[in-house]
Ligand binder design. Structure first.
Ligand code: NAP
Length: 433
């Protein structure tokens, strides 16, 4: 590569964006200047706002991801939002390569009657709230006794666990104080996890399922299917392990537990009912011979998958940016040189944090391959464009100040960290010139 550093913009400082920066540095060396943008003043995306607060060991990946910021030509530009503060065209004019790593910030809908009743919410919003995301809506829980979670993926498992877990066991996490206080107002006695197919098809992973099933003090009931009828020979190992975990938990259930986890399979939600707010959900059978089930519900969380949002000026199709191994293409398949996608906006909302590493390596390899084939071109100065518009990005120092404030908040409460969740508190910690 030439002597002038090639300039790369990564839009989104979550795991996929940071893994991509690391892969670019590893594969392309130090003669790259990488600007990592985020609409928040904090890096780490879903690691900070999606991974459950009681999964501290996964969150520790942040330490590894943060190493990219130690490279001399890597900058963090927070509080810059594509579409609000800067356009895709301006980014393309200012960088040799623009990589979209924005994740999947929307959720899917059921499209059934009653879905919008008060008390029916998306698991994505619920997760954002208990993770202290500054944009999260409050989630009133007072008096919630019966909670229904639609979907049987790992997000469903996370939210069911948070609802069932002893509140004292959550107080060691980094959850904001207001969240912990609100969770204490709920008195969940029954949590339902409902899958439209069988337990052998569920997308939760075995360690996450086991952790939920082993929540202290709960009883586990299996409905809608009989494990003995499932042909295990035909199943993959993880599905067999899931069935074994369920069988063990049902067998080991105390006779009169304080709280119940009901696993209902082969049922899809048909309607949410209630006067002024949700009071029950009716599930229709999806297997032959099944019958409809109506479950009382003070809270319904639909946990049926995330969905990528459309970025202004960037091709979009069915929740993703159309791409060929990370190279962005138009919806008709024609090329968009210089633009790339990585993570959930590239491949859809599936996979664990670590899945992003391989994905990032693929996109990074294509970026470097294309840069090597293209001569440098004159680039606009994006800093000047932003300054002229009055946009003042936050930087790594600002993030460090937020980080320290959270650690301080935690220390006085006897916890490792307590999240700063309000926009005004975050912005008060950002000192922009
Ligand atoms: P997911 O694994 O895709 O699960 C979505 C669930 O919703 C599936 O059970 C799906 O059933 C169901 N569903 C979809 N549409 C439905 C409908 N209309 N009616 C009823 N059910 C419907 O997605 P996720 O739970 O949001 O997780 C996203 C990714 O993040 C996953 O890869 C997950 O493993 C990962 N994650 C990991 C962790 C962890 O490691 N601890 C934690 C959270 C998330 P069908 O299968 O029948 O479509």
């Amino acid at each position: 590569m030439g002597e002038e550093p090639r300039r790369i913009a990564i839009i989104g400082a979550g795991p996929s964006g940071l893994f991509t920066a690391a892969a670019l540095l590893a594969q392309g060396g130090d003669d790259l200047a990488i600007d990592i943008f985020d609409r928040l003043p904090t890096p780490f995306g879903l690691l900070r706002y999606g991974v459950a607060p009681d999964h501290a060991s996964i969150k520790a990946v942040a330490t590894t991801l943060a190493r990219v910021f130690e490279a001399p030509r890597v900058r963090f530009l927070g509080l810059v939002e594509l579409g609000r503060d800067v356009s895709a065209a301006e980014l393309v004019a200012a960088y040799d390569a623009v990589i979209y790593a924005v994740g999947a910030a929307d959720d899917r809908h059921l499209g059934i009657p009653g879905e919008d009743l008060p008390g029916s919410r998306s698991a994505r919003q619920f997760v954002a709230w208990y993770s202290g995301h500054p944009d999260a809506d409050p989630q009133p829980l007072a008096g919630v006794r019966d909670a229904v979670v639609v979907g049987v993926g790992n997000v469903a498992v996370d939210v069911a666990r948070i609802l069932l877990k002893d509140r004292d066991d959550l107080s060691a996490t980094d959850m904001p104080d207001a969240v912990l206080a609100e969770l204490r107002t709920a008195a969940v006695e029954h949590a339902w996890l409902v899958g439209r197919r069988g337990p052998e098809h569920a997308s939760f992973t075995t360690p996450e399922l086991r952790e939920l099933l082993e929540t202290p003090g709960i009883g586990v009931e299996l409905l809608g299917c009989d494990l003995a009828d499932i042909d295990e020979e035909a199943l993959e190992r993880h599905a067999r392990a899931n069935l074994a975990a369920i069988a063990r938990a049902v067998d080991a259930s105390p006779a009169e537990p304080a709280r119940w986890l009901h696993l209902l399979f082969w049922h899809r939600p048909a309607e949410l009912e209630g006067e002024g707010r949700v009071q029950s959900v009716t599930f229709a059978p999806t297997a032959e011979g099944g019958s409809a089930v109506t479950v009382p519900a003070d809270l319904v969380l639909r946990s049926i998958g995330y969905r990528g949002l459309r970025l202004p000026g960037v091709p979009y199709e069915d929740g993703r940016i159309p791409n060929l191994e990370g190279r962005v293409v138009e919806t008709d398949g024609s090329e968009r040189p210089g633009e790339y996608a990585v993570g959930w906006i590239k491949r859809g909302p599936v996979g664990l944090i670590g899945s992003n590493k391989k994905d990032a390596a693929e996109t990074a390899a294509h970026v470097l391959e294309d840069l090597a084939a293209l001569p440098p071109r004159p680039l606009e100065d994006l800093d000047a464009v932003l300054a002229a518009r009055g946009v003042r990005p936050s930087n790594l120092e600002d993030w460090r100040r937020i980080d320290l404030a959270e650690i301080d908040r935690g220390t006085i409460r006897g916890r490792e960290r307590t999240k700063v969740e309000a926009w005004h508190d975050l912005l008060a910690l950002v000192s922009r010139p």
